[in-house]
Every structure is written in structure tokens, then in C-alpha cells.
Design a protein around this ligand. Structure first.
Ligand SMILES: NC(=O)c1ccc[n+]([C@@H]2O[C@H](COP(=O)([O-])OP(=O)(O)OC[C@H]3O[C@@H](n4cnc5c(N)ncnc54)[C@H](O)[C@@H]3O)[C@@H](O)[C@H]2O)c1
Length: 602
């Protein structure tokens, strides 16, 4: 049995085959995740992020579909790592689907154990929005990446604000900063053009810069060219560097995908002493086996080795990731603004360093003739560049801001146009968001169900959700709207090398917060709630929760939206206030979320 794009085509329109719109929404979003226009490798049920899957296998997918169709409006379907395992009695306001993906008891929480379980068919890797059925293609991450590069521009390449501009859309990139920066005349180097990484070229050009991106797989480059996220493919490294330098000099805005390993691109940049203005990476380094291509063997050899001898493949990948990070550090030392973009590559490099220190690297010890010695680098520097969250994003999290997203279940792009207008009219003061929405309308091709994303904060998400419900109630859109978010959000993730890196109070690894987030969204009546392990950074490194809520135009939906879209970002505000961030404390007070205020008269 294989994935069949016709059989699994996402239904659209307003006739439903389930017993309620919430079940129908879960069905459509599950199938939408796997739509070939959305998923990276639908034939393997892989949506994005290395091996992030929507269902464990085809049989499980078929059974989830059947289960959603028989599910009553007072029942909940239980999904255990991509497989439906039970339908239990709950009540009309409970989530229709409860999902737990890739959870392992901490002492066993590593890729090795996960791989054994996966081989036995007992588990799947849910990544973040793959296993929680709210992935909307690369657009989902374009906004986050646009915000990040915008913040980089604001911080490092600010432009003075002309008096005439002070009230225009150009005054801020995002709500993080009061200056307007631009990446024009800058060279921005990175790697990986996968599901998430594919957003990088567009996010960089939207910030007016030059993007130079290494990618090993040619089909990935072609896919980004087709969807217009990328402008140009060049197969020769030197030609790609020359073209990028010419564009930088002329102030041209262009993105270039170069068909090569990231390590080879960085080596060549160093040899030629070409120092990027910014430098990061979005290869799937979180998953050394399925996500990262080593540089010492060819692509074809690597594909064979991956299945023939996974342990040896992993050794090769670790050597490459170590070198990759060391080259990034060398470029940083020569002036490149360098940051980790959430793939845990710094930890992989450090793990390799530890293996070498303890003499446990197998391929090195076996005297492998194919290996050249790696240069010797100063020890213990793998974490010497920061992650993107502490460097650029945390102040947004403190205001409850994060990647709010929605999709039109009708399948009609006009429904998204209606919501776009509504959002822009509703928050006229949020200039950065409006600037983004205008560009998104113009430059972003929908993949699968029409969808939109923009970062909204405490108070804003609730207001938007209730307004969407009114659009459905009054027939201004043709079918219900699904509202969700990434797990990379303000209050839904514990990930010490990413979202919770360098917390003010040292609480980076405290995972009570995402668990409370899943519990409160369940209690509040989200439509489906998920709790995952290992997303973004791999096994053992993160715990995170997802939620999706359907605006179907009913009074019940209104009450649920009011609770869930207040509580969900509210968890982030509370979490950051508890860690001591002043912005979060102010936001908590302003939105009646401060527990001390509640307790002061008691
Ligand atoms: N920063 C964020 O907001 C964020 C969000 C989600 C995921 N991520 C992380 O970003 C990473 C990428 O996610 P994705 O969905 O794009 O993954 P993906 O698996 O779809 O794509 C990864 C890409 O990297 C390429 N690649 C691997 N090794 C390479 C190398 N050495 N040189 C050049 N190219 C190489 C692969 O060919 C592939 O195209 C993952 O680790 C993911 O967890 C970051």
C-alpha cells in the first residue's frame, strides 16, 4: 500500500463527510499536511524537518481517516505516535483529537532507542506541526524567518528614519524594534532548502539582502525555484560566490541556491577570504541519520550508506557537523554575524568533540583510509555563537507574540483574502505586521489549502480568532477557518538549545511549561491538542505542545476561542514573567495574567 495523491486528496468546500466540522477540520488538515504540494516526501508520509511525519504508516493513516469519520461530537480520538489507539467518551467542549508523539522516558530519550522503536513500528517522529496536523508548507516559516532577518537588519544594519517615513509602513520591520534596518548590500550565507530552510531565500530577499544557500539535493533547489522562493540555481561554488558578491556590490536583491555541501561552501569562502555579513544554517542537523549529508562522501554513496550501515553514516555526519560548526566559528571570528537557526548543530558538534576527547569515535579509530584528518580546532567553542531566540526573538515571546496561523477549509483563496483584509484593518498600529501581510499577499504562493501566518501577541490572537468566527457565522467566508500555530511559540516549548536557550533564571530545561500548555488548551477546549518530544532539535532535546482550534461560526466555538486564544499565548507571558523578563511582567499586568495581582487582596 502506498501514498496515493488522488485517494488522499484534501476535501474542500462546505459539504462534510465527518459528524462535525471539528472532525472534518482535523481530517482536512491531516490530508493537507501530506498533500504533495505541501509535504516534502509524501510517499514516506514525511511532511518536513528530516523525518517529521503526519501518521506512522499507511495503515495508521487509513485508520485515522476512518476514526475521524465515525467520531461523535462528544468523543475524543487518541493518537499515539501517529497511530489511532482509542476513541473515548469526553464531552462537546473537549478536544476531538488528543495526540502524543515521540515521547520517551528521559533515560531512553535518544535517537538510538527511538530508531529501534521506529524499526519495530512502535513510534514515529512527529517534529512539530507535522504530527500535529497544522503544517502549511514553507509559508509557515517564512514569517518567522522574515521576522528574524528583520530583527538582524534592525540590530546590525539600521537605517536612520526619515521624518517623512516616521508614520509610514517602513518605520519598523517588526514590533521588536523601533528602527528600520535593511539587508541591502549584505551577503547572507546559510544552508538547507528543505521544508523550513526553503523559506530562507525569500525571507532574506524580503529584507532586501543577497542570499547564498548551499543545498546538496538538486530537487530541493528546483522545488524552491518552482514556488518562487528562490531566484537562481548555480552548480559551481565559485560562480555562485562571484554572482553573490556582484549582487551585494550593486545592491541587487537576489537569492542563489548553490548545489553543494555546506561544508564545501564555507571552506571556499574562507579560502577566498569572503566573509558573509550574516551566517547561519538550516540543514536538518537535529537528525544525523536522515537529516544531514556528510561532506566526505558523495551524495550517491551517502544514500547507500544510510541504509546499509547507519552507524557509519552517523559517524560521517558527526565529523561533518563538527567541521561545519568550526568553519562557522572561523567566519564569525573574521566578522560574520553568526547565529544558530534552531537545528541543534552546535550540540552535534559538541557531541563529536566529546567523542573524540574520550576516544570513542569509531570511524577514526578503525583507520578508515577514506578519511582525511580534520584540522585541529580550539576546544570547547561549539556554543560560541548564539541561538536565534535569545539573540533576536525572545522580546517578542515576552509579549505573547508568536506564529499565529490559519487555513481556509473551503479551499477558496478568496476566504484568505477576506481574513487578510480583516487582520490589516483590525491592527492598523502593527506596522511591521501590515508590511508583512502586503508582501505575503504578493509573493507567497499557497501550498495546499490557502493559509496565512502572521505573528500576533497577547490580546491580538483572541481578537482575531473571534473575528474569524464572525466571518464564518455571517457567511463572509465559505467554510470554517482553522486556527493554529507552530510549537515554536512563546509558551509551548522547552528546548534549551533553541526556544528556551539562556533563560534569565536558568530554567532552560524545565519542561513543566509545555505540559501545562497542553493541559490548559485541553481544558479550554481546543479542537486538537498535541504533546511532542524532540521537535526541531532531536531526541532528548525538547518537549513541546501544539494546539489547533476551529472557528465554525457557532456560539460554542466563540466561547472556546475566547478561552483558548487567551490562555495559549498567556502561558508564554506567564512563563517569561516567571523567569524574570520585565516586558513579560508588564504584559502580564496589562492583560490581567499576573498571579501576584490576583492574590494581593486575598
Ligand atoms: N528556526 C526555525 O524556526 C526552525 C523551525 C523548524 C525547524 N527548524 C530546523 O531546521 C532544520 C531544517 O528543517 P527543514 O524542515 O528544512 O528540514 P528538511 O529535512 O526538509 O531539509 C533539510 C535540508 O538540508 C539539506 N542538507 C542536509 N545536509 C546538508 C549539508 N551538509 N549541506 C547542504 N545541505 C544539506 C537537505 O538536503 C535538505 O534539503 C531542522 O533541523 C529543523 O528542525 C528550524
Amino acid at each position: 500500500m502506498n501514498y496515493d495523491p488522488i485517494k488522499y486528496k484534501t476535501p474542500t468546500g462546505n459539504t462534510i463527510s465527518c459528524k462535525g466540522w471539528i472532525q472534518e477540520a482535523a481530517l482536512r488538515m491531516l490530508l493537507n499536511n501530506l498533500d504533495p504540494a505541501v509535504a516534502e516526501r509524501p510517499e514516506d508520509l514525511i511532511v518536513y524537518g528530516g523525518r517529521g511525519k503526519a501518521a506512522r504508516n499507511i495503515e495508521a493513516l487509513d485508520n485515522i481517516i476512518k476514526a475521524l469519520k465515525v467520531l461523535e461530537n462528544d468523543e475524543s480520538l487518541l493518537i499515539q505516535s501517529g497511530k489511532p489507539v482509542g476513541i473515548l467518551k469526553t464531552h462537546k467542549d473537549a478536544p476531538r483529537v488528543l495526540i502524543s508523539n515521540s515521547q520517551l522516558v528521559p533515560n531512553w530519550a535518544n535517537w538510538k532507542h527511538f530508531d529501534e522503536l521506529e524499526k519495530k513500528g512502535l513510534m514515529m517522529y512527529g517534529q512539530m506541526t507535522a504530527g500535529s496536523w497544522i503544517y502549511i508548507g514553507s509559508q509557515g516559516i517564512v514569517q518567522g524567518t522574515y521576522e528574524t532577518y528583520g530583527a538582524v537588519a534592525d540590530k546590525h544594519f539600521p537605517k536612520p528614519i526619515e521624518p517623512s517615513e516616521s508614520n509610514s509602513l517602513l518605520t519598523t520591520h517588526n514590533s521588536l524594534s523601533k528602527t528600520h534596518g535593511s539587508l541591502r548590500h549584505t551577503l547572507n550565507v546559510t544552508a538547507g532548502l528543505g521544508g523550513m530552510g526553503g523559506a530562507q531565500p525569500l525571507a532574506i530577499t524580503m529584507n532586501e539582502g543577497v542570499a547564498l544557500i548551499a543545498e546538496v539535493e538538486e530537487w530541493r533547489i528546483d522545488k524552491r525555484l518552482e514556488t518562487k522562493y528562490l531566484d537562481l540555481k548555480i552548480t559551481d561554488i565559485d560562480q555562485a560566490i562571484d554572482r553573490a558578491l556582484e549582487a551585494k556590490k550593486n545592491g541587487e536583491v537576489i537569492s542563489i541556491g548553490v548545489l553543494c555541501n555546506a561544508v564545501h561552501l564555507l571552506q571556499r569562502l574562507l579560502e577566498r577570504n569572503v566573509i558573509p555579513d550574516t551566517l547561519t544554517d538550516q540543514t536538518s542537523a537535529h537528525d544525523p541519520l536522515i537529516g544531514y549529508w556528510p561532506h566526505e562522501i558523495s551524495y550517491e554513496e551517502a544514500k547507500i550508506l544510510r541504509t546499509k550501515n547507519p552507524d557509519e553514516y552517523i559517524d560521517y555526519a558527526y565529523r561533518s557537523m563538527y567541521l561545519h560548526v568550526q568553519l562557522m566559528i572561523q567566519l564569525m571570528d573574521r566578522g560574520a554575524i553568526t547565529f544558530d537557526y534552531g537545528n541543534n548543530i552546535r550540540a552535534r558538534a559538541r557531541e563529536y568533540e566529546e567523542k573524540i576527547e574520550s576516544g570513542k569515535s569509531k570511524i577514526e579509530n578503525e583507520g578508515n583510509s577514506q578519511l582525511n584528518d580534520l584540522p585541529v580546532f580550539p576546544a570547547n567553542r561549539c556554543f560560541s555563537f548564539p541561538g536565534f531566540v535569545p539573540a533576536y526573538i525572545r522580546p517578542l515571546f515576552c509579549e505573547g507574540k508568536g506564529p499565529f496561523r490559519w487555513a481556509a477549509l473551503s479551499g477558496d483563496p478568496n476566504d484568505i483574502a477576506v481574513t487578510d483584509e480583516l487582520i490589516m484593518n483590525m491592527f492598523p498600529e502593527n506596522k511591521g505586521m501590515i508590511r508583512w501581510m502586503k508582501m505575503a499577499k504578493e509573493k507567497i504562493a499557497f501550498q495546499g489549502l490557502p493559509a496565512r501566518i502572521c505573528w500576533l501577541g497577547q490580546g491580538e490572537r483572541e481578537k482575531a480568532g473571534l473575528a474569524f468566527n464572525e466571518l464564518v457565522r455571517t457567511g463572509k467566508v465559505k467554510a470554517p477557518i482553522v486556527i493554529g500555530r507552530d510549537h515554536l511559540d512563546t509558551g509551548s516549548v522547552a528546548s534549551p538549545n533553541r526556544e528556551t536557550e539562556a533563560m534569565l533564571d536558568g530554567s532552560d530545561a524545565v519542561a513543566d511549561w509545555p505540559i501545562l500548555n497542553a493541559l490548559v488548551n485541553t481544558a479550554g477546549g481546543a479542537s486538537w491538542v498535541s504533546l511532542h518530544h524532540g521537535g526541531g532539535v532531536g531526541m532528548g532535546y525538547s518537549i513541546h505542545a501544539g494546539m489547533v482550534i476551529v472557528a465554525d461560526g457557532t456560539d460554542d466555538a466563540e466561547a472556546r476561542l475566547r478561552r483558548v486564544l487567551r490562555n495559549d499565548p498567556g502561558m508564554g507571558v506567564i512563563r517569561h514573567a516567571d523567569a524574570g523578563y520585565d516586558i513579560a511582567k508588564d504584559t502580564a499586568r496589562a492583560h490581567n495574567l499576573d498571579i501576584a495581582d490576583r492574590l494581593k487582596d486575598s
